[in-house]
Design a protein around this ligand. Structure first.
Ligand code: A3P
Length: 278
């Protein structure tokens, strides 16, 4: 259809996961060593999950605990509780709907973001592939929906809120990652994650993770696992910075830039829209 199926849960838009599971995120009981991975959809959640998982794990195993097992927005707490520690609980809910334990336990939070044009393109494909969205529109029809906010609401609201939270909550332990930095220099970023998680791993291991998690290796590794529809692996599409150039027309790009400037006037965030060019 031309409309994207989403639902309102307590005043916010979400995909059609069980409302009680979405609501349950804010009351999840955290363990002391839980890591919380936060992202707007399509910003590199699977990639950063895997990097964290391997760093915590300490060896490159293919005994896969897929990210999906710990996706708090759709997996009930009882199932999250079946997973061994340390867990990497991942969610796309906004900060105020994170587990209330976050304020008291102050777990390590990894927050990854990505430039909004690539997010829009990636989310467009994702929305078409995921059956629960019932969507088969064109990119030109999707873009205004993305800008206005569909599943999980507006990208702008999401990143602006995190910017404020980080600026005003020094006592929280938050690591900011970007998809573009991970692409640009994976080893540097893997080392940052390692330091943040407080694990002692050597440079050879970082090299190992880099290779184990590069796009095609990771895509291949998850090929026969869940998350496949009609032969397409839903979460591994192109894996590049700047694919938006193949989708945005010049007019759409100018339109987007105007909205960006207006919406982000008070923001200090800078995004890379291509690598090695700007
Ligand atoms: P594209 O649709 O642009 O290819 P998320 O995990 O948050 O759903 O994000 C999915 C996006 O990350 C998709 O972007 C996907 O291809 C990309 N991705 C997944 N694994 C990756 C990896 N190992 N390296 C680079 N990009 C990856």
């Amino acid at each position: 259809g031309k409309n994207i199926t989403v639902q309102d849960v307590d005043g916010r838009l979400y995909p059609s996961f069980k409302p009680e599971v979405i609501r349950g995120v804010s009351s999840l009981k955290l363990r002391d060593d839980d890591v919380i991975l936060c992202s707007f959809p399509k910003s590199g959640t699977h990639w950063s999950f895997e990097i964290c998982r391997l760093l915590l794990n300490g060896r490159l195993d293919i005994d896969i605990i897929p990210k999906g097992y710990l996706f708090a927005d759709a997996v009930p707490e009882s199932e999250l509780n079946e997973v061994n520690s340390p867990r990497i609980i991942n969610t796309h809910v906004r900060f105020d709907r994170l587990p209330s334990d976050v304020k008291t336990k102050k777990p390590k939070i990894v927050y990854i973001r990505r430039n909004p044009k690539d997010v829009a393109v990636s989310f467009y494909h994702h929305t078409r592939k995921m059956e629960h969205y019932h969507y088969d529109g064109k990119f030109k029809d999707y873009l205004p929906l993305f800008i206005g906010g569909v599943a999980y609401g507006s990208w702008f609201d999401y990143v602006l809120e995190w910017e404020t939270i980080i600026a005003n909550n020094q006592e929280l332990s938050i690591l900011e990652l970007t998809y573009e930095d991970l692409k640009e220099d994976p080893i540097r970023e893997i080392r940052r994650v390692s330091d943040f998680l407080g694990v002692q791993r050597n440079e050879d291991f970082f090299e190992g993770i880099k290779d184990f998690c590069n796009f095609s290796t990771m895509k291949g590794r998850f090929k026969d696992k869940m998350e496949i529809k009609d032969g397409h692996n839903i979460f591994y599409r192109k894996g590049e910075v700047g694919d938006w150039k193949n989708w945005f027309t010049v007019a759409q790009n100018e339109w987007f830039d105007r909205i960006y400037e207006k919406t982000m006037t008070d923001s200090k965030l800078k995004f890379k829209y291509t690598l090695n060019q700007d």
